[in-house]
Every structure is written in C-alpha cells, then in structure tokens.
Design a binder for this molecule. Sequence first.
Ligand code: HEM
Length: 236
Amino acid sequence: MTEATGERRVWDWPLRLWHWLFAAAVLGAWITGEWGGFDWRQWHLRFGQAALGLLIFRLVWGFVGPRHARFASFLTGPKTLLAYIKTLPRRDAPETPGHNPLGAIAVVVILSILAVQSASGLFISDDILYEGPWFVAVSEDTADLASTIHHRLAWPVGIVIALHLLAIAFYRVYKRQRLTRAMITGRKPAERVPESASIKSSRTALALILIIAVAALAWWLLVVAPPEPAVGEVWY
Ligand code: HEM
C-alpha cells in the first residue's frame, strides 16, 4: 500500500499500457474501417495489425503476468458467476480487486471476438489495392470466408465496445467504483482491497523481454514470412 494515498496496487503497468494501446488500436481500426473509406485503408491495416500484436502479448501475459492479469485468477465457474450477479443491485457489495466474474466474461468475449476479427483480416483483399499479408497464400474460398467473417463481425465489435463502456459507467454511477481511474493508476482504495490482494510487482523485466519477443514475432508474421504480393498490390 502507498502510505501517502491509502491505495493498493492491483493492475500492473504492462496490462494498463496494453489496455490503452489496445483500445486505441481497436477504435482506430473500427473508425477507419467503418467510415474511413479507401483513403484510410492503409491505416486500417496498420491499426488491425497492431491489435493483433497486442493480442498475442495479452494471451501470453494472461499466463505469466502478475496475479490479476492472469486468466486463472479471474475466470470462474457458473456458481460464482450466478452468486455475483445476485449481488449486482447491491450498492454496498464488496468491490473485486481484479476483474469481477461478469467482467471476466466480458474480457474473454472482447479478446476472442477481436482475435477472430484481426486474424481474418490477414487473409482478405479489397480487390483494388490493399490486401492482408497472407491473402496470396490462401485459396479464393478461404479468402471469401475470411472476408465474410471480417465484415459480419464489424458491428458486433462495435456493440461489445459500447457494452464495455456502459458497464464501466454503471459501476461509476451506480456502484461508485472508479474502475477507469484504477486502469490508469493501477491502484484502488485500500479500504476496498485487502492487503493480501494487492500485487507486489509489475514483473517489468519479464514484460520487457515479452514485448521484444512479441514485436519480433509480429514482424516475422506480418513482414518476413508472408509470400510476395501479386505485382501492383500493396500491404503495410
Ligand atoms: C476500443 C475500446 C476498448 C477496448 C477494445 C477495451 C478492451 C478491454 C479489455 C480487453 C479489458 C480487459 C483487460 C484485461 O485484459 O484484463 C478492459 C478492461 C477495462 N477497460 Fe476497456 N477497452 C476499451 C475502451 C475502454 C475505455 C474508453 C475505458 C474507459 C472509459 C475502458 C475502461 C476499462 C476498465 C476500467 C477496465 C477494467 C475493468 C475491471 O475493473 O474489471 N476501456 N478493456
């Protein structure tokens, strides 16, 4: 706990940085994809590929990161979920130090839907100038399927993000829980989080090694390994 502020650390800095970069990448990809038109397609590809790299980082961090970043620490069974849902209307129900059981489901849904969305983008083309780095490696049928998935998922992605923001607003207004502040500072008030639930470190050395490894893997996956594009077509 920080004595001066009476707060306890729950979110590590790599997870917080990851969250805001991921939000920027997804919003950027969504806006440029939905409204950017042809002029912004190049940026759509960049945002989408950034989201893919960030997802790879989050997947690994979910196994090796500090306590509240780990999937095993927040994924619960239906019994715990149901018990939590029953406490939802209670304003005085205790705050969960990390993700609550309902939020945990939201995490899995958001990560899964965006993994499918960004992975499908690798295999599609706009039939004019831009194509995903792996488009030429797959059959026309596979590219068509990837394209259908990519286009059909666009609105569900928007809806999931809107629900995410509504949930945060509900906790702020109804439950008086300042979750966004915690996702920025990493800390929650000490009177709501027991000492035993605070994290001791952000595992900085491990995070830095992982960031370098994921950046190298993403570079290989998106730039080095893909087959050459057809003449006259461009990817970024
Ligand atoms: C495109 C936009 C966004 C996406 C895709 C997104 C995605 C996510 C994901 C995946 C998590 C889980 C973090 C984890 O991996 O453990 C999360 C948590 C969180 N997000 Fe977002 N987010 C977005 C925008 C925002 C915005 C704009 C806010 C604030 C206004 C926000 C506030 C939070 C908070 C407070 C949590 C932690 C919730 C908790 O305490 O359980 N997010 N977000």
